[in-house]
Write a protein that binds this ligand. Structure first.
Ligand code: FAD
Length: 338
Protein backbone atom coordinates (compact mmCIF):
# COMPACT_ATOMS: atom_id res chain seq x y z
CA UNK A 1 0.00 0.00 0.00
CA UNK A 2 1.19 3.50 -0.77
CA UNK A 3 1.33 5.66 2.35
CA UNK A 4 -0.63 8.87 2.21
CA UNK A 5 -0.26 11.67 4.70
CA UNK A 6 -0.76 15.40 4.54
CA UNK A 7 3.01 15.81 4.27
CA UNK A 8 3.22 13.25 1.45
CA UNK A 9 1.00 15.54 -0.64
CA UNK A 10 3.96 17.80 -1.27
CA UNK A 11 6.08 15.08 -2.92
CA UNK A 12 3.63 14.52 -5.77
CA UNK A 13 4.02 16.13 -9.18
CA UNK A 14 2.81 15.91 -12.80
CA UNK A 15 -0.44 14.92 -14.46
CA UNK A 16 -0.74 11.34 -15.73
CA UNK A 17 -2.99 9.86 -18.35
CA UNK A 18 -3.45 6.09 -18.46
CA UNK A 19 -3.72 5.19 -22.14
CA UNK A 20 -6.59 3.02 -23.36
CA UNK A 21 -5.21 0.30 -25.64
CA UNK A 22 -7.57 -1.94 -27.57
CA UNK A 23 -6.41 -4.55 -30.07
CA UNK A 24 -2.90 -3.07 -29.87
CA UNK A 25 -4.16 0.40 -30.84
CA UNK A 26 -4.24 3.48 -28.64
CA UNK A 27 -7.83 4.68 -28.45
CA UNK A 28 -9.19 8.15 -29.08
CA UNK A 29 -10.17 8.71 -25.43
CA UNK A 30 -6.44 8.76 -24.60
CA UNK A 31 -6.01 11.86 -26.75
CA UNK A 32 -9.07 13.47 -25.20
CA UNK A 33 -7.57 12.89 -21.74
CA UNK A 34 -4.22 14.26 -22.92
CA UNK A 35 -6.03 17.42 -24.02
CA UNK A 36 -7.52 17.81 -20.53
CA UNK A 37 -4.22 16.88 -18.86
CA UNK A 38 -2.33 19.49 -20.90
CA UNK A 39 -4.49 22.28 -19.61
CA UNK A 40 -4.24 21.04 -15.99
CA UNK A 41 -0.46 20.69 -16.31
CA UNK A 42 -0.16 24.22 -17.69
CA UNK A 43 -2.00 25.50 -14.61
CA UNK A 44 0.25 23.44 -12.31
CA UNK A 45 3.42 24.26 -14.29
CA UNK A 46 4.27 20.56 -14.52
CA UNK A 47 4.54 17.76 -17.12
CA UNK A 48 2.00 15.48 -18.74
CA UNK A 49 2.95 11.80 -18.57
CA UNK A 50 1.16 9.08 -20.50
CA UNK A 51 1.35 5.50 -19.22
CA UNK A 52 0.93 2.94 -22.01
CA UNK A 53 0.62 -0.76 -21.28
CA UNK A 54 0.25 -3.05 -24.29
CA UNK A 55 2.16 -5.03 -26.87
CA UNK A 56 3.53 -4.01 -30.26
CA UNK A 57 3.48 -0.33 -29.39
CA UNK A 58 6.09 0.74 -31.97
CA UNK A 59 4.88 3.71 -33.95
CA UNK A 60 2.23 4.56 -31.39
CA UNK A 61 4.34 6.54 -28.98
CA UNK A 62 5.18 9.58 -31.15
CA UNK A 63 1.50 10.50 -31.65
CA UNK A 64 1.12 10.73 -27.87
CA UNK A 65 3.68 13.54 -27.84
CA UNK A 66 1.80 15.20 -30.69
CA UNK A 67 -1.34 14.97 -28.57
CA UNK A 68 0.18 16.71 -25.54
CA UNK A 69 2.35 14.22 -23.60
CA UNK A 70 5.82 15.27 -22.40
CA UNK A 71 6.83 11.83 -21.15
CA UNK A 72 5.61 8.39 -22.20
CA UNK A 73 6.04 5.58 -19.69
CA UNK A 74 5.70 2.45 -21.80
CA UNK A 75 5.43 -1.24 -20.92
CA UNK A 76 5.54 -3.30 -24.12
CA UNK A 77 4.89 -6.88 -22.99
CA UNK A 78 3.48 -9.93 -24.84
CA UNK A 79 1.43 -10.58 -21.69
CA UNK A 80 -0.22 -7.18 -22.21
CA UNK A 81 -1.36 -8.00 -25.77
CA UNK A 82 -4.73 -8.50 -24.07
CA UNK A 83 -6.18 -6.53 -21.20
CA UNK A 84 -5.22 -8.11 -17.86
CA UNK A 85 -6.54 -5.83 -15.16
CA UNK A 86 -4.76 -7.39 -12.16
CA UNK A 87 -1.28 -7.31 -13.72
CA UNK A 88 -1.72 -3.87 -15.22
CA UNK A 89 -2.98 -2.52 -11.90
CA UNK A 90 0.06 -3.94 -10.08
CA UNK A 91 2.41 -2.25 -12.55
CA UNK A 92 0.53 1.03 -12.31
CA UNK A 93 0.65 0.96 -8.51
CA UNK A 94 4.43 0.48 -8.69
CA UNK A 95 4.76 3.41 -11.10
CA UNK A 96 2.61 5.63 -8.90
CA UNK A 97 4.67 4.66 -5.87
CA UNK A 98 7.94 5.37 -7.68
CA UNK A 99 7.14 8.52 -9.65
CA UNK A 100 4.41 10.06 -7.47
CA UNK A 101 2.03 11.75 -9.92
CA UNK A 102 -0.16 14.47 -8.49
CA UNK A 103 -3.12 13.63 -10.77
CA UNK A 104 -4.02 10.39 -12.59
CA UNK A 105 -6.71 10.40 -15.32
CA UNK A 106 -8.17 7.32 -16.93
CA UNK A 107 -10.99 6.69 -19.42
CA UNK A 108 -14.35 5.72 -17.90
CA UNK A 109 -14.47 2.79 -20.31
CA UNK A 110 -15.06 -0.88 -19.56
CA UNK A 111 -11.31 -1.39 -19.27
CA UNK A 112 -10.65 1.80 -17.33
CA UNK A 113 -13.42 0.95 -14.89
CA UNK A 114 -11.90 -2.48 -14.28
CA UNK A 115 -8.37 -1.17 -13.89
CA UNK A 116 -8.29 2.12 -12.07
CA UNK A 117 -10.32 1.34 -8.91
CA UNK A 118 -7.74 -1.36 -8.09
CA UNK A 119 -5.02 1.27 -8.25
CA UNK A 120 -7.02 3.80 -6.23
CA UNK A 121 -7.57 1.25 -3.45
CA UNK A 122 -3.87 0.31 -3.33
CA UNK A 123 -2.90 3.98 -3.38
CA UNK A 124 -5.45 4.75 -0.64
CA UNK A 125 -6.51 7.86 -2.46
CA UNK A 126 -10.11 7.62 -3.67
CA UNK A 127 -11.41 8.08 -7.19
CA UNK A 128 -13.97 10.40 -8.78
CA UNK A 129 -15.75 8.53 -11.59
CA UNK A 130 -17.31 9.95 -14.77
CA UNK A 131 -16.10 13.53 -14.42
CA UNK A 132 -17.52 16.02 -16.89
CA UNK A 133 -15.24 18.88 -15.88
CA UNK A 134 -11.71 19.12 -14.45
CA UNK A 135 -9.90 22.25 -13.31
CA UNK A 136 -7.32 23.42 -10.81
CA UNK A 137 -8.21 25.43 -7.71
CA UNK A 138 -5.92 28.46 -8.00
CA UNK A 139 -5.90 28.84 -4.19
CA UNK A 140 -4.24 25.55 -3.31
CA UNK A 141 -3.69 23.58 -6.53
CA UNK A 142 -6.31 20.92 -5.74
CA UNK A 143 -7.97 19.18 -8.68
CA UNK A 144 -11.63 20.22 -8.90
CA UNK A 145 -13.55 17.23 -10.24
CA UNK A 146 -17.06 17.99 -11.46
CA UNK A 147 -19.59 15.25 -12.12
CA UNK A 148 -23.37 14.73 -12.03
CA UNK A 149 -24.69 13.63 -8.64
CA UNK A 150 -28.02 12.59 -7.10
CA UNK A 151 -29.28 10.96 -10.27
CA UNK A 152 -27.88 13.75 -12.43
CA UNK A 153 -30.06 16.45 -10.92
CA UNK A 154 -27.12 18.47 -9.59
CA UNK A 155 -23.49 18.87 -10.55
CA UNK A 156 -21.09 18.17 -7.67
CA UNK A 157 -17.50 19.42 -7.53
CA UNK A 158 -15.34 17.01 -5.58
CA UNK A 159 -11.85 17.58 -4.26
CA UNK A 160 -9.39 15.25 -2.63
CA UNK A 161 -7.49 17.54 -0.28
CA UNK A 162 -5.52 15.19 1.93
CA UNK A 163 -4.43 12.39 -0.34
CA UNK A 164 -2.34 12.05 -3.45
CA UNK A 165 -2.55 11.22 -6.26
CA UNK A 166 -5.92 12.69 -7.13
CA UNK A 167 -7.59 10.17 -9.42
CA UNK A 168 -10.48 10.67 -11.84
CA UNK A 169 -12.12 8.90 -14.74
CA UNK A 170 -13.67 10.67 -17.73
CA UNK A 171 -15.94 9.13 -20.34
CA UNK A 172 -15.02 9.09 -24.01
CA UNK A 173 -16.25 12.15 -25.93
CA UNK A 174 -16.44 14.42 -22.89
CA UNK A 175 -13.06 16.19 -23.23
CA UNK A 176 -11.56 17.54 -26.43
CA UNK A 177 -8.33 16.25 -27.94
CA UNK A 178 -5.83 18.90 -29.01
CA UNK A 179 -5.07 19.30 -32.72
CA UNK A 180 -2.02 17.08 -33.37
CA UNK A 181 1.19 19.10 -33.13
CA UNK A 182 3.64 17.00 -35.15
CA UNK A 183 6.52 19.24 -34.06
CA UNK A 184 6.16 18.17 -30.42
CA UNK A 185 8.43 15.49 -29.03
CA UNK A 186 9.23 14.09 -25.60
CA UNK A 187 10.98 11.52 -23.45
CA UNK A 188 10.24 7.79 -23.42
CA UNK A 189 10.77 5.67 -20.32
CA UNK A 190 10.58 1.95 -21.07
CA UNK A 191 9.67 -0.35 -18.21
CA UNK A 192 9.25 -4.09 -17.83
CA UNK A 193 6.86 -6.27 -15.94
CA UNK A 194 8.36 -7.80 -12.78
CA UNK A 195 7.92 -11.52 -12.17
CA UNK A 196 5.96 -10.70 -9.01
CA UNK A 197 3.49 -8.67 -11.10
CA UNK A 198 2.35 -11.64 -13.17
CA UNK A 199 -0.91 -12.88 -11.71
CA UNK A 200 -1.52 -16.59 -11.66
CA UNK A 201 -5.23 -16.38 -11.01
CA UNK A 202 -6.34 -15.35 -14.49
CA UNK A 203 -5.46 -16.47 -17.99
CA UNK A 204 -7.03 -15.03 -21.15
CA UNK A 205 -8.29 -18.07 -23.08
CA UNK A 206 -10.20 -16.43 -25.90
CA UNK A 207 -11.32 -12.98 -27.04
CA UNK A 208 -14.35 -12.73 -29.27
CA UNK A 209 -16.37 -9.82 -30.58
CA UNK A 210 -20.14 -9.58 -30.42
CA UNK A 211 -20.58 -8.53 -34.04
CA UNK A 212 -24.33 -9.13 -34.07
CA UNK A 213 -25.12 -6.42 -31.55
CA UNK A 214 -22.10 -4.25 -32.38
CA UNK A 215 -22.92 -0.58 -32.80
CA UNK A 216 -20.60 2.34 -32.69
CA UNK A 217 -22.59 5.13 -31.10
CA UNK A 218 -19.49 6.97 -29.93
CA UNK A 219 -18.23 7.54 -33.48
CA UNK A 220 -21.59 7.88 -35.26
CA UNK A 221 -22.13 11.17 -37.12
CA UNK A 222 -25.90 10.66 -37.24
CA UNK A 223 -27.85 9.15 -34.36
CA UNK A 224 -31.57 8.41 -34.53
CA UNK A 225 -32.64 7.79 -30.94
CA UNK A 226 -35.94 6.55 -29.59
CA UNK A 227 -37.64 6.66 -26.22
CA UNK A 228 -40.81 5.46 -24.56
CA UNK A 229 -42.78 7.29 -27.27
CA UNK A 230 -41.56 4.71 -29.82
CA UNK A 231 -43.85 2.25 -28.03
CA UNK A 232 -42.10 -1.02 -28.85
CA UNK A 233 -39.46 -2.91 -30.86
CA UNK A 234 -41.52 -2.47 -34.06
CA UNK A 235 -41.27 1.32 -33.66
CA UNK A 236 -37.49 0.98 -33.54
CA UNK A 237 -37.58 -0.61 -37.01
CA UNK A 238 -38.80 2.77 -38.25
CA UNK A 239 -35.84 4.49 -36.60
CA UNK A 240 -33.52 1.87 -38.07
CA UNK A 241 -34.83 2.65 -41.57
CA UNK A 242 -33.95 6.32 -41.14
CA UNK A 243 -30.56 5.44 -39.62
CA UNK A 244 -29.76 3.25 -42.63
CA UNK A 245 -30.66 6.05 -45.05
CA UNK A 246 -28.20 8.46 -43.39
CA UNK A 247 -25.57 5.84 -42.53
CA UNK A 248 -26.20 6.47 -38.85
CA UNK A 249 -26.72 4.51 -35.63
CA UNK A 250 -29.78 3.90 -33.48
CA UNK A 251 -29.70 5.25 -29.93
CA UNK A 252 -32.23 4.90 -27.13
CA UNK A 253 -33.36 6.30 -23.82
CA UNK A 254 -33.16 4.16 -20.73
CA UNK A 255 -36.93 3.80 -20.73
CA UNK A 256 -36.73 2.06 -24.12
CA UNK A 257 -33.83 -0.13 -23.00
CA UNK A 258 -35.49 -1.04 -19.69
CA UNK A 259 -38.62 -2.02 -21.63
CA UNK A 260 -36.49 -4.53 -23.56
CA UNK A 261 -37.10 -2.88 -26.95
CA UNK A 262 -33.38 -2.44 -27.74
CA UNK A 263 -30.20 -3.77 -26.09
CA UNK A 264 -28.33 -1.73 -23.49
CA UNK A 265 -25.45 -0.88 -25.84
CA UNK A 266 -27.84 1.56 -27.57
CA UNK A 267 -28.49 3.57 -24.40
CA UNK A 268 -27.46 7.21 -24.35
CA UNK A 269 -27.12 9.08 -21.09
CA UNK A 270 -25.70 9.07 -17.63
CA UNK A 271 -25.77 5.29 -17.28
CA UNK A 272 -25.36 4.70 -21.01
CA UNK A 273 -22.98 6.28 -23.50
CA UNK A 274 -21.95 9.87 -24.07
CA UNK A 275 -22.26 10.80 -27.74
CA UNK A 276 -21.17 13.76 -29.83
CA UNK A 277 -22.89 13.20 -33.17
CA UNK A 278 -23.16 15.83 -35.86
CA UNK A 279 -26.95 15.30 -35.90
CA UNK A 280 -28.99 13.73 -33.08
CA UNK A 281 -32.65 13.00 -33.84
CA UNK A 282 -34.62 12.28 -30.65
CA UNK A 283 -37.95 10.54 -31.26
CA UNK A 284 -40.40 10.30 -28.38
CA UNK A 285 -37.77 11.10 -25.74
CA UNK A 286 -38.77 13.69 -23.14
CA UNK A 287 -35.16 14.59 -22.28
CA UNK A 288 -34.72 14.07 -18.56
CA UNK A 289 -31.37 15.31 -17.26
CA UNK A 290 -29.94 11.77 -17.19
CA UNK A 291 -30.53 11.53 -20.95
CA UNK A 292 -29.41 15.08 -21.75
CA UNK A 293 -25.98 14.66 -20.12
CA UNK A 294 -25.21 11.98 -22.69
CA UNK A 295 -26.16 13.90 -25.84
CA UNK A 296 -26.34 17.62 -25.20
CA UNK A 297 -22.98 18.30 -26.85
CA UNK A 298 -24.18 16.96 -30.22
CA UNK A 299 -23.81 19.66 -32.90
CA UNK A 300 -27.40 19.72 -34.15
CA UNK A 301 -30.37 18.34 -32.25
CA UNK A 302 -33.75 17.54 -33.79
CA UNK A 303 -36.57 16.46 -31.47
CA UNK A 304 -39.88 14.89 -32.50
CA UNK A 305 -42.49 14.77 -29.75
CA UNK A 306 -46.23 15.21 -29.33
CA UNK A 307 -45.56 17.47 -26.34
CA UNK A 308 -43.91 20.81 -27.25
CA UNK A 309 -42.91 21.54 -23.65
CA UNK A 310 -40.50 18.67 -22.90
CA UNK A 311 -36.90 19.55 -21.91
CA UNK A 312 -35.61 18.01 -25.15
CA UNK A 313 -38.03 20.01 -27.31
CA UNK A 314 -36.80 23.15 -25.52
CA UNK A 315 -33.15 22.23 -26.05
CA UNK A 316 -33.48 21.16 -29.70
CA UNK A 317 -32.30 23.26 -32.65
CA UNK A 318 -35.40 22.01 -34.48
CA UNK A 319 -38.45 20.83 -32.53
CA UNK A 320 -41.10 19.00 -34.56
CA UNK A 321 -44.40 18.80 -32.70
CA UNK A 322 -46.27 15.72 -33.88
CA UNK A 323 -46.77 11.99 -33.80
CA UNK A 324 -43.46 10.35 -34.62
CA UNK A 325 -45.27 7.55 -36.46
CA UNK A 326 -46.51 10.15 -38.94
CA UNK A 327 -43.42 12.41 -39.01
CA UNK A 328 -40.69 9.76 -39.38
CA UNK A 329 -42.07 8.01 -42.50
CA UNK A 330 -42.32 11.44 -44.16
CA UNK A 331 -38.66 12.16 -43.39
CA UNK A 332 -37.59 8.71 -44.63
CA UNK A 333 -39.54 9.29 -47.85
CA UNK A 334 -37.68 12.57 -48.45
CA UNK A 335 -34.21 11.02 -48.11
CA UNK A 336 -33.10 9.11 -51.19
CA UNK A 337 -31.58 5.63 -50.81
CA UNK A 338 -27.81 5.62 -51.26
C1 FAD B 1 -29.62 7.16 -11.75
C2 FAD B 1 -30.38 7.26 -13.02
C3 FAD B 1 -29.71 7.08 -14.22
C4 FAD B 1 -30.40 7.20 -15.44
N1 FAD B 1 -29.71 7.05 -16.60
C5 FAD B 1 -30.35 7.26 -17.77
C6 FAD B 1 -29.63 7.19 -19.01
O1 FAD B 1 -28.43 6.87 -19.08
N2 FAD B 1 -30.32 7.45 -20.15
C7 FAD B 1 -31.67 7.77 -20.15
O2 FAD B 1 -32.22 7.99 -21.24
N3 FAD B 1 -32.35 7.82 -19.01
C8 FAD B 1 -31.74 7.55 -17.81
N4 FAD B 1 -32.46 7.58 -16.67
C9 FAD B 1 -33.94 7.65 -16.75
C10 FAD B 1 -34.47 9.08 -16.97
O3 FAD B 1 -34.65 9.71 -15.72
C11 FAD B 1 -35.84 9.02 -17.67
O4 FAD B 1 -36.73 8.21 -16.92
C12 FAD B 1 -35.78 8.45 -19.08
O5 FAD B 1 -34.76 9.09 -19.80
C13 FAD B 1 -37.13 8.70 -19.78
O6 FAD B 1 -37.11 8.11 -21.03
P1 FAD B 1 -38.03 8.68 -22.21
O7 FAD B 1 -37.73 10.12 -22.44
O8 FAD B 1 -37.89 7.73 -23.34
O9 FAD B 1 -39.48 8.47 -21.60
P2 FAD B 1 -40.56 9.57 -21.19
O10 FAD B 1 -40.03 10.53 -20.22
O11 FAD B 1 -41.78 8.78 -20.78
O12 FAD B 1 -40.85 10.36 -22.53
C14 FAD B 1 -41.54 9.81 -23.61
C15 FAD B 1 -41.85 10.95 -24.57
O13 FAD B 1 -42.46 10.40 -25.72
C16 FAD B 1 -43.47 11.33 -26.17
N5 FAD B 1 -44.40 10.57 -27.03
C17 FAD B 1 -45.24 9.59 -26.69
N6 FAD B 1 -45.87 9.11 -27.79
C18 FAD B 1 -45.40 9.80 -28.84
C19 FAD B 1 -45.65 9.76 -30.24
N7 FAD B 1 -46.49 8.87 -30.79
N8 FAD B 1 -45.00 10.62 -31.05
C20 FAD B 1 -44.13 11.54 -30.53
N9 FAD B 1 -43.85 11.61 -29.20
C21 FAD B 1 -44.47 10.74 -28.37
C22 FAD B 1 -44.06 11.86 -24.89
O14 FAD B 1 -44.72 13.10 -25.13
C23 FAD B 1 -42.81 11.99 -24.02
O15 FAD B 1 -42.24 13.29 -24.14
C24 FAD B 1 -31.80 7.48 -15.46
C25 FAD B 1 -32.46 7.64 -14.23
C26 FAD B 1 -31.76 7.54 -13.04
C27 FAD B 1 -32.50 7.75 -11.75
Amino acid sequence: MIANTDEARTGYRNVWVVAEVLGGQIQKVTYELLGAARSLANDRACEVWCVVMGHGLDGQIEPLFHGGADVVLAVDEPRFAEFVDEDMASVLVRFVDTHKPEIVLCGATTRGRALIPRVAVAANCGLTADCTGLSIDPENGDLLQTRPAFGGNIMATIRCSNHRPQMATVRPRVMNALPADTGRTGRVIREQLLESEKSTLKKVVEIFQDTENAINLADARFIIAGGRGVKGPEGFQLLKRLAERVNGAVGASRAAVDSGWVPYNHQVGQTGQTVQAMVYVACGISGQIQHLVGMQSCDYIIAIDKDPDTPLMQLADVAIVGDLFEVLPEIVREIPRT
